[in-house]
Design a protein around this ligand. Sequence first.
Ligand code: GLU
Length: 449
Amino acid sequence: MKKVRTRYAPSPTGHLHIGNARSALFTYLYAKHFDGDFIIRIEDTDTLRNVEGGEESQLTYLKWLGLEWQEAPDIGGNFGPYRQLERLDIYQKYANELLERGLAYKEYREDSDKFAIRFKVPENVTYSFNDIVRGTLKFESKEIEDWIIMKDNGIPTYNFAVVIDDHLMEISHVLRGEEHITNTPKQIMVYNAFNWDVPTFGHMTIIVNEERKKLSKRDTDVIQFISEYEQIGYLPEAMFNFIALLGWSPGGEEEILSKDEIIKLFDPTRLSKSPAMFDKNKLAYINSRYIKMLTNEELALKTKPFLLNANIEIKSDEWLLNLVGLFKDRMHFIGEIVQLYKNFFREDFVLTDESINILKEYNSLELLETFKQNIYNLEDFTDETKISEVIKETGKAVNTKGKALFMPTRIAATGEISGPSLPNTIVLLGKEKVLKRIDETINNLRGAL
Ligand code: GLU
């Protein structure tokens, strides 16, 4: 069998968008699953739309997502060059051949000796191809007008260049977005004109937002550029996992899958025929699962830049480990640590009615007074086992245990009725803050009695 070779062919018009990332990722999966090569080619012939740094940014974020390639403009390869503007003489040669064979013709600009080249669309031909995602698709040549393959500035149009390149680069499978379906018959007629094998095509469905409308760059409530996800602390492994589920399903129940597992499980017949919904809660959930898989040390390292950037003082390595240990289960993205930190250490300590009612229900006044005294007496405030003892002793002194002990002490220290380990929380808050909060809780409770 012929070697599988796939390509992702971005136009360097901006940062890597979630839609492009998906095309790239499935193209990559296809190659890797079938032991093939994955190639990147830059389609920069639409020169007005190219932006500076566009190519670099695309490659940077594909790499960040975990894609590796065998050939691309940054590493070269046997089928280069890999930027279309560096291949103009190649397109010219093939366009000339079509002119000579009468399969294309010149179209002069008015009052000028400059000309574009148009492809002569054959009459009465049915172009049909078997799309990996959609099955057989058919187009009639009479629906297509003669179209420009070379502009009068010597730059080819997309539909021409893409065929020359895919053929010369020995691309076996082309996966791309559904907006390219109607381009495919034009491309097939060029393959036919040169008597070249046509690759296998697969056109992935659109991505829709939660209102089931096509995801658009104007949907401001959906973050759409991979760089933005990196900036707020999404993990590349989670992004890879999530994007792989945009229009494909692994079949089994488990959706949290590593890159290697996905490569192994990948099955092009499971590419979805209906639009892929971009569910941002699902993305946040998947990311939270990957955060939980990190060790506290790894997570601490990742949170550091976010904390420093928010001018939060990292008191010690141990302090940071304790902090991330407490919040690990609540984080959806690494940058969320800043908000969690701020809520946790907030100065405007407030008790909800629900909390006050619980304190009343358990008759907590005496308990809290004792708790405050015991906390005040504790000298070593770094060891959570000491805090545990203080809580127990407090309970013993007022003859209280279980919920009646743990709920009021938690409310007094944190204002909340549930949360991570209380002794750890208290160590992290520090003596001064905890005392102040117990005091405020007692005042609040007195006022409510
Ligand atoms: N440069 C085209 C795009 O960005 C590539 C289409 C294709 O894969 O053929 O949409």
